[in-house]
Design a binder for this molecule. Structure first.
Ligand SMILES: Nc1ccn([C@@H]2O[C@H](COP(=O)(O)OP(=O)(O)OP(=O)(O)O)[C@@H](O)[C@H]2O)c(=O)n1
Ligand SMILES: C[C@](O)(CO)[C@H](O)COP(=O)(O)O
Length: 382
């Protein structure tokens, strides 16, 4: 079974009142489209992501192994049709498709997963989220109420709308004019569509005030954590110390069960701390002989992967090494690069700095090196 997400993003956003199409506008520090894409990327049930772009916009989305791109049509339905034809022609193994408006950028991975899981059961060819209308409905004419409308049984449709792939492809081919949405096309073709509960937060940015609403929703969905770590290793025999992944020549080494990289250990603990998932000793017990002499990047990689598994990105890293000697500054660029390679964080978001303790205490007496680290972890959608 292969589930594809088809994100239509070829519209011009005429009603949004922005200088360019709404999907490229900044929202909470990123672009609207980036939020939408990340929600689908973070949904494990989604196997493929296809973005349908206007030909004028092709250069605006950098190439990524996470998604494919094709071009759209003059209408939303035309863009959906192009996307479906692309999926049919490229790979051909798609069994289900979730069709989504790029402008619904507050969609959550949990909601996507619920819809994908339902269509995957095969008990219905179509599944779509919607909210029952709760306001009274009027018919207006010339600014006057000209009539009323019974609201019972009426719903406000949202996306993603999920379908059996072959069935919705046939439906769009049979009805090239399309409809307001893909549920309308499916229904004209005789396909049953089940309703799942929609989400008030899953708004479609349409008019200028919607940007402010969407930004507030995204901010409320964010989970921002700060983690801190601290470690100490004692000097012993040796001719170098391992610090933040770099072998720094010194007349002594650091003692420890592993390679005693005190900086990397502090950083690893900071990540575990931000996740509230214990510490390095819990994940790699010193009593376990398999970690004797282990290179510390193993620990750091474990913490980084754990963060990713729980949906967190490491936003920035700040490590402070506390020692009289060796001098750290000549090696800090190499240390930042080593940490960047392991964590995937760009070097401009990694700081490695040092301080002495003014010859006071154990670091001042050069009995060992201490390190502390801070990280921020950010989960962008619930
Ligand atoms: N030719 C089109 C028209 C619309 N869409 C997409 O369909 C979704 C829903 O459409 P809408 O909110 O109406 O977006 P726009 O067409 O961009 O906006 P407007 O109608 O205000 O111009 C959006 O994600 C939009 O990018 C598309 O892919 N191709
Ligand atoms: C598909 C849709 O989002 C369902 O509510 C909606 O119909 C698209 O909006 P448009 O403004 O009509 O393109």
């Amino acid at each position: 079974m292969t589930i594809a997400a088809l994100i239509v993003a070829a519209g011009r956003g005429q009603r949004a009142g922005t200088p360019g199409p709404k999907q490229w506008q900044p929202l909470g520090g990123r672009r609207v489209i980036d939020w939408t894409l990340d929600a689908f990327r973070a949904t494990p049930l989604i196997d493929r992501i296809l973005v349908v772009l206007h030909t004028d916009d092709l250069g605006l989305l950098p190439d990524s192994p996470d998604f494919e791109v094709t071009t759209g049509g003059d209408t939303r339905a035309g863009s959906v049709r192009n996307g479906l034809e692309y999926l049919a022609a490229n790979g051909g193994d798609v069994t289900h498709v979730l069709i989504h408006d790029v402008a619904r950028c507050c969609i959550t991975p949990a909601h996507i997963a619920q819809i994908a899981a339902r269509v995957q059961t095969g008990d219905t060819p179509g599944v779509a989220p919607a909210l029952a209308v709760t306001d009274a409905l009027w018919i207006g004419a010339d600014g006057q109420v000209a009539g009323t409308q019974d609201r019972s049984g009426l719903y406000r449709a949202q996306t993603p709308q999920a379908f059996d792939f072959a069935a919705i492809l046939d439906a769009h081919r049979a009805h090239p004019g399309g409809g307001a949405d893909d549920v309308e096309v499916a229904r004209v073709a005789g396909l049953a569509v089940s309703i799942v509960e929609g989400d008030e937060s899953n708004l479609k940015i349409t008019h200028p005030p919607d940007f402010t609403r969407a930004e507030k929703i995204l901010r409320d969905q964010m989970d921002i954590r700060i983690g801190s770590g601290f470690d100490v290793h004692r000097f012993g025999a040796g001719d170098h110390v391992m610090l933040c992944g770099v072998a720094v020549p010194h007349e002594r080494g650091l003692q420890g069960h592993s390679d005693a990289d005190v900086g990397m250990h502090a950083l690893t603990d900071a990540i575990y701390g931000g996740l509230a998932m214990g510490d390095i000793g819990r994940h790699f017990p010193p009593s376990d002989p398999q970690w004797k002499g282990a290179e510390s990047h193993i620990f750091l990689r474990h913490a980084v992967n754990l963060a990713a598994e729980h949906g967190f990105k490491i936003n920035n890293i700040d490590v402070t090494l506390i020692c009289e000697r060796p001098k750290i500054t000549p090696h800090s660029t190499a240390m930042r690069a080593a940490l960047a390679e392991i964590t995937g964080v760009t070097v401009d978001r990694i700081s490695v700095k040092a301080t002495t303790s003014e010859r006071l205490g154990f670091t001042g007496r050069e009995e060992g090196i201490a390190a502390q680290a801070a990280v921020t972890l950010v989960k962008t959608c619930a």
